[in-house]
Write a protein that binds this ligand. Sequence first.
Ligand code: ADE
Ligand code: ZN
Length: 334
Amino acid sequence: MNLTGLIERIPKAELHLHIEGTLEPEMMMQLAERNGIELAYTSVEHIRRAYDFTDLQSFLDIYYAGAQVLITAQDFYDLTFAYLERAARDNVRHVEIFFDPQTHTDRGISFSTVVDGICGALRDGETRLGITHRLIMCFLRHLSAEAAMQTLEDSLPYKDRIHAVGLDSSELGHPPSKFVQVFDRARSEGYLTVAHAGEEGPPDYIWQALDALQVERIDHGVRCLEDPALVQRLAGDRIPLTVCPLSNVKLRVFDTLEDHNLKQLLNAGICATVNSDDPAYFGGYIGENFLRIQQALDLDADDIVCLAKNAFAASFLNDEDKRHYIAAIDQAAR
Ligand code: ADE
Ligand code: ZN
């Protein structure tokens, strides 16, 4: 079977995508101009040259600076709709996207500006591109638990448009346990929960995300293989991992794609999925992540089908929609 063709046509769900991480250098320059913001860069090439990261923090510093060009609801709309158009070309049918309200509200942008812009584009993405969606609000873990609790309060008027909460930003030194009360409150308000854990942080952070935050999925989680009891727990309870291969190499979690442990995760019976994280910064959208990791690890057609089905199974779609998309994958793989 031609695996490139299979990867291109197979229906996909993307479950780990930071909308601020889809800000391409061209749009960054355009929005800076539109909003009268001075950038530290003089050209698109200048911006791209800065994307040479040594670890998660070196990326986050540049990523938060880039997000400052986002000011109006139209900016958030344009960012989100451009991502959806790009995702449609990779045959993405369903997205569960993260946004970081604190990156914006701490600069004086209102919560409603951010949510109205993103949700307007998500709605149009559904009607014009046929892409279904969920929206996940992330707390920045380098900020305080009190600030996260305030953000949770601020989100309540928008609860009908926000499906779940998550945890992102600098992992080391900011364990999931710091946010137990925030996640307890979020669950009591009806939010589903996910958390970044085991990207740079140790397996213990994954245990904390499972036991203290009671998350439905782990974002990244690749360091779980260091702890056999944790692997048993993730596989036994079918807790999905949203894995991001190109991100992991750009942020030096693995030296090369050939060193990535995705195939070992699948072999261990874990429900692993492929995602793009911050594609404008890491060199590829979801299709590119599939293609590059297939080549690097010599994945076969069964692996590709398994990864694509895992994503729909791990999504927050209802069972009927999951069955519909999984049947479409079988159709595409025939
Ligand atoms: N925010 C955006 N991308 C992230 C990542 N890979 N890890 C943690 N926080 C993030
Ligand atoms: Zn992420």
